[in-house]
Design a protein around this ligand. Sequence first.
Ligand SMILES: [Fe+2]
Length: 253
Amino acid sequence: MSAINVEIISQLEDNYAFVLYDNTREACIIDPAESMPIIEYLNNKNLKVKDIFITHHHKDHTSGIEGLIKNFPQVNIHSPNPQIENSRFILQNNDEVESRINSFKIISTPGHTLDHIVYYDDDNKILFSGDTLFRLGCGRVFEGTLNQMYSSLQKIKELKNNTTMYCGHEYTINNLNFLENTLNKKVLYNDVRQKIESDIKVHDKSIPFHLDEEKSYNLFLNQESQIGELVKHELKLGNFELFKYLRERKDNF
Ligand SMILES: [Fe+2]
């Protein structure tokens, strides 16, 4: 198998879609919101697209489907929910699904929505986390319960430490400001702030990011890091209580 390329396509205000391709010029797409910039990229690179993968039913992850079908009528839509327009293959927890260039393991992550899934490619060690995990944050709990979201994040936490993560929105600086303010541990976030600011300066975006670093700093994902233990001790909270404390405050930040 040849190496896979992941192109991050900015969409709408702060969304990301992804084009995955290899040197066979075959491609697949994740979470298209706007078809035009994606079609432009595919045409420039002379890529053929056969598969689109959707993480959840929100419009800002699906509204590009229609335009892509018009340009690539043979494309297959894979999604977790038959109500998502043009869904042909419905995916469930633990399914293995193949595109022309790679294969994904499906991990069900209810919380943000009930239908939410994330796409994990174990060969390439990449995860597409949609609106479940963001860099230094997690999605707002709209449809599920806090318990569900907590369990969903635990599943991501258990993936291999060298996993590269691609999330659905550029919310990182806001998430970082929230953690610094809420935890009052600004100095402990110095290193990661420097890294994030440099990522944004160089690439104009803060993604992708890495699971091992995320486990040190993202207390929504991991409450057992050094910072997590410190905060739990101060606030006299357990793991889930700390997650709940942060998620509830973030809703009003
Ligand atoms: Fe969403």
